[in-house]
Every structure is written in C-alpha cells, then in structure tokens.
Design a binder for this molecule. Sequence first.
Ligand code: THU
Length: 151
Amino acid sequence: MSEEKILDFKTLDVDIQELITESVAAREMAYAPYSKFKVGAALRCEDGSISTGCNVENAAYPISICAERVAISKAVSEGKRKFSAISVAAEPAHGSNYTSPCGMCRQMIAEFGDIPVFLTRPDMTKIQTTSLREILPFSFALKTPENGVQS
Ligand code: THU
C-alpha cells in the first residue's frame, strides 16, 4: 500500500478505538472450522451504532462468507446505509503484517462509498490505517444516494 500508516492504538480517537475493539471481539465469534482463520469486522454507521460481523464458513466451501460482508449485510438489513469507517481484525495473512479485506469485500464496501479502513491484529497494539479507495483503486460503482451521489 502506497500510504501505509501504522499507528499506536492509544493515539487513535476514542470512537476508532471502540470500533477496533469491537472488531476484535467479533472475531471471537468466527465460525471457521475449515480454515481455522478467524476474522472479525466492525462497521461504524452514520447513526453512531456499530455493526459487527465474523466469518461464517460452510462445509460447501464457497458458501462461506467473510466478516466484512456479514457486518455490512447486518447493517443494511437494519436500515443503515451510510458508514464512516470499518475495522478488520485477524492474525496477519500470508505474506503481510495485517489481514486486509478480500477483493469481494472491497467491492461490497465500495458500494457504500470511500471510508477509512483500520486493520488490527488481535493484540490491538499497532493499527494499520488505510482507506477503501487506497485498497481498491479504480473501483466499479453506479450512482446511488448511498455512495454520496444524490439521485
Ligand atoms: N476472510 C474474511 O472473513 N475476511 C477477509 O477479509 C479475508 C478472509 C475469511 C474467509 C474464510 O472464512 C477465512 O477468512 C479464510 O480465508
């Protein structure tokens, strides 16, 4: 990532600290008996609430769903469509210091606009900060009120 920023948890705003903490807690709920790779996500909604998610795997592997898409689907199903930040919690993925959203999740986040993305390991000491636009440049979108374009 071009503008990689690693910050101490303690230096972040309290509401971001809360979001990160919620993503780590959500990770504990992961149902990942196949990969054993637990992921948690926490999405800050415009009304201030937090929607959490964890990965939910299935014996028919492709049916599995990532933590980020669970968090977004839960929020949207509760009438929330505007989001201000997301945190993703996992052990580091292969070849990197942090786990960042997979391509499918990036596209799903993009549907609702460019937001800050916080990546944390379960110990929450150092946090990688990035943005949806940075991890998914040239993303595909159509005009909707949710992504900032009034219809
Ligand atoms: N996973 C997520 O939940 N989010 C990501 O951003 C990366 C991958 C899940 C999917 C699967 O259950 C497990 O991690 C291993 O790929």
